[in-house]
Design a protein around this ligand. Structure first.
Ligand code: ADP
Ligand code: UDP
Length: 234
């Protein structure tokens, strides 16, 4: 499958059309951004590592019955995906407090949450992806009532599967972001799941194996991504 035309270049990936109208190539870049793109940089070989990590995770979730856009890996940095109409809502699932939740609710980093917690953000770079609730989603026609229920159920189910997946690798899943799309009248998981979009802490040491190393200049960024890849493919 060949790349035809670039239809979208985002902060971390580029999407290309293919000879099949229903399929896109998702190309993973090394570019990294944080704090609503105010901080910019590159992480050496991140695109290659995230392409492999995301593929493994999509394969695992598919095997658990979660519908995803992943079709197959094409190369080091490219995967073939089903072309979806993205629901413009980022879904964040949290198991422990970290990042914006600590600032928002005054919680110490790592505070256990009594139940997995869902948040929705309006996918709008100009507004800085603001936190919204289900009423906003319906009021702005971002998704229907049925779609919100479907997406919420899938996000919580993905959380249970991924918590187990990572725990077997001695990694605790702290929080992560998902994007969903509409495909043939169905809601399916799209975009990527990788250390760019998750907080992953090593069990025992609490070592951060994710993009927080870039956000906070903690050093050993590539090594952390490499370590996640090593465990995921073992
Ligand atoms: P951003 O848009 O936030 O800068 P990326 O650089 O990751 O993010 O760009 C990838 C874009 O592709 C995202 O906007 C995402 O919503 C979109 N996308 C992901 N998977 C699909 C898909 N299967 N079909 C269409 N668009 C997709
Ligand atoms: N996240 C993401 N993309 C975003 C916003 C958040 O992948 O545009 C992920 C982030 O990596 C973390 C989780 O979602 O795993 C929760 O992020 P948070 O709201 O704490 O945002 P932050 O403070 O990190 O910007």
């Amino acid at each position: 499958m060949q790349k035809l035309q670039s239809i979208y270049e985002g902060k971390a990936k580029v999407l290309y059309t293919t000879e099949d109208d229903g399929l896109l190539i998702q190309y993973f870049k090394d570019d990294a951004t944080a704090f609503n793109a105010q901080k910019k940089g590159t992480i050496h070989q991140k695109g290659i590592m995230n392409n492999r990590i995301a593929a493994k995770i999509f394969e695992y979730l598919s095997a658990q019955g979660i519908p995803t856009h992943f079709v197959k890996t094409l190369s080091d940095r490219e995967m073939l995906v089903k072309k979806v109409s993205i629901v413009p809502v980022e879904v964040i699932v949290r198991n422990r407090a970290a990042g914006s939740l600590c600032r928002f609710l005054g919680l110490a980093e790592g505070t256990a949450l009594a139940c997995p917690t869902l948040e929705f953000c309006y996918k709008n770079d100009a507004l800085g992806d603001p936190l919204i609730n289900e009423y906003h989603i319906r009021a702005l026609n971002l998704a229907t009532e049925g779609e919100i229920k479907e997406i919420s159920g899938m996000a919580l189910s993905i959380n249970e599967h991924l918590k187990n997946f990572f725990l077997k690798l001695n990694i605790e899943l702290i929080d992560f972001k998902l994007e969903f799309g509409r495909y043939n009248g169905q809601i399916i998981l799209a975009d990527e799941i990788s250390p760019d979009t998750c907080r992953l802490w090593e069990v025992g040491t609490g070592n951060k194996l994710d993009k927080d190393r870039f956000r906070r200049d903690l050093g050993n960024i590539e090594q952390a991504y490499q370590e996640v890849l090593r465990r995921v493919i073992q």
